[in-house]
Design a protein around this ligand. Structure first.
Ligand code: FES
Length: 106
């Protein structure tokens, strides 16, 4: 059993267009999840320490796409696929969550 250091949940919930809550699905969460998956697949170190999961609604729908990283309980909001390399490098390799992407008031 791998010793996961980080468990990453990417919301991939999609609601119909016009739904009052909106959803991460209509804001590009599939591309964010794919970017995490692709990056982790080629990173020998993180492949053993970071577990990626897609998730149903995590709660802060209007801030989507949302991602939460445990055990720290660090939340990211409004991510795009272009943000993923910085999270991989700074958070998972260097232990510093990316401040500019944090969802502060969950
Ligand atoms: S739909 Fe993604 S947090 Fe609710």
């Amino acid at each position: 059993m791998p010793a996961w250091k980080h468990h990453v949940f990417v919301c991939t919930n999609t609601r119909p267009p016009g739904h009052p809550k909106g959803s991460c699905g209509e804001r590009g969460c599939a591309q964010v999840a794919a970017a995490f998956s692709a990056a982790l697949d080629v990173d020998d170190e993180l492949m053993e320490t970071v577990k990626l999961q897609t998730s149903n609604c995590l709660g802060p729908c209007r801030a989507g796409p949302t991602v939460v990283v445990y055990p720290e309980g660090v939340w990211y909001r409004g991510l795009t696929a272009a943000d993923v390399p910085e999270i991989i490098r700074e958070h998972f390799h260097n232990g510093r969550p990316v401040k500019r992407l944090l969802l502060e008031d969950v």
